[in-house]
Structure formats: C-alpha cells, structure tokens
Write a protein that binds this ligand. Structure first.
Ligand SMILES: O=C(O)CCC(=O)C(=O)O
Ligand SMILES: [Fe+2]
Length: 217
C-alpha cells in the first residue's frame, strides 16, 4: 500500500463509539464517569465465578498500603483481600476482561492521545465489616497512575442496605461534594487517579470487584 492509501484505510477503520465518547466527555466535565452495564450479566457471571474459584483456593492476600515494594498492612485503613491479575497468564474470564479494557485503552490513546502504556488490575473482596478509608490512589506512590477503574462483580440483587458505596469527593470552586456510587453488577467507575479522593464505605455483605489502573510511562 502507498502512504495515501494507508491513511485512507486508517480513517475508514475508525468507528466512533458512543459509550467511549460519553466516558471521555464525563472525564473532561467532572473527572469521573459511571458506566452501567459495561459488562453484561453473563460476563459478570463468568468473572464472578473466576474470582470465587480463586478466592476459595485461597490465592488472595490482605491488601496493603504503600507501594508494592514497601507494603504495610493496615486494617484501620483498608480491609480488602486482593489478587493481582497477570494479563499474559490467565483464563477465559480474564481474557474477556482484558479484551474490553484494551478496546477502551486503544480508543483513549487514539482519540485523546492519553498515552496509556501500562495497566495493572487486581480482583478484590471486601469481607463483611471491611472498608477502605478516604484516599488518593497515588498514595500507592505511583505517579504513573492516570485513570482508576473499578468494575463491580456483585450479585444482581445488590441492595443499598449492603453498604459498600464508593464515595468520590469532588471539589467545585472550593466546595466539596460527595458522590455515592453503589457497586452494582456490571457497573464500571473510571476516575482521575491523581485528582479525586474517594473511599469505600463499610460493607455488610462481601463485596466483589476488579480494580485497576491505566498508567502512563
Ligand atoms: O472498590 C472500590 O469501589 C474502590 C477501591 C479503591 O479505591 C482502591 O482499591 O484503591
Ligand atoms: Fe482507591
């Protein structure tokens, strides 16, 4: 192919994606985006099964604070159990997960020049009574974290009484506001890692999710 043909081909290949466009618009407007049904009920089911199998095999460990080489386990700050997911080495459920994530990442890099080069994701289980106190994700000592992404894998019948809201604190002209987000199955929340403080309110029944970060160089 000559260069002009190649350019034309690349233009034709690009299809605007309304869901991704609204994520981008939300991030520009308010630094976070809530996407319901990012994963279908069937996909959530597959991912939840995989999480539960690994959890029962006792592969999870108590989440720590600080960076990965300087970990401190502090129950008064966070009480969840996590398992890091290696994209190169996993099963069909995780492949399904990364396929969707990679499609979004490609779109962000292509349309917004976001420069996402790395990702890291872990499964998380918050047992009854646990929480994660207000924090900024860069508290993990990683300035490369650009966007935080949480995907909820709870049962379809999750109720407000279960607690476990993700509370995001926003600041408009010096006035702090709280946005409470329920961890509904298939819902994904994306927010600016360096900008928005947030917390997970105490849960009354186990709360399941995949949390991760899209990172720049
Ligand atoms: O599970 C959530 O809603 C947020 C988790 C979180 O803030 C974190 O792992 O850093
Ligand atoms: Fe966080």
């Amino acid at each position: 192919m000559v260069d002009t043909e190649l350019e034309l081909f690349e233009q034709l290949e690009f299809v605007e994606n309304q869901q991704y466009e609204s994520i981008i618009q939300d991030l520009m407007d308010k630094k976070y985006s809530i996407v319901d049904d990012f994963f279908t009920a069937e996909e959530v089911h597959v991912l939840r099964d995989s999480l539960m199998r690994k959890y029962e095999e006792d592969n999870f460990k108590k989440a720590a604070i600080g960076n990965r080489t300087n970990e401190i386990i502090e129950k008064s700050i966070r009480g969840d159990f996590i398992l890091w997911i290696n994209e190169a080495d996993n099963g069909p459920a995780e492949n399904l997960y990364f396929k969707k994530i990679n499609s979004l990442v490609e779109y962000l890099n292509r349309t917004c020049f976001m420069g996402i080069l790395h990702k890291e994701f872990h499964y998380a289980v918050y047992p009854e009574g646990t929480f994660y106190k207000r924090h900024l994700d860069t508290f993990q000592n990683d300035g490369r974290r650009k966007l935080s992404m949480v995907c909820y894998l709870n049962n379809e019948d999750w109720k407000p009484e279960n607690g476990g809201e993700l509370t995001i604190y926003t600041n408009e002209d010096g006035k702090e506001e709280e946005m409470n987000i329920y961890p509904l199955a298939g819902r994904v929340v994306i927010f600016e890692s360096q900008e928005l403080e947030h917390e997970v309110k105490p849960v009354k029944v186990p709360r399941l999710s995949i949390t991760g970060w899209l990172k720049t160089r």
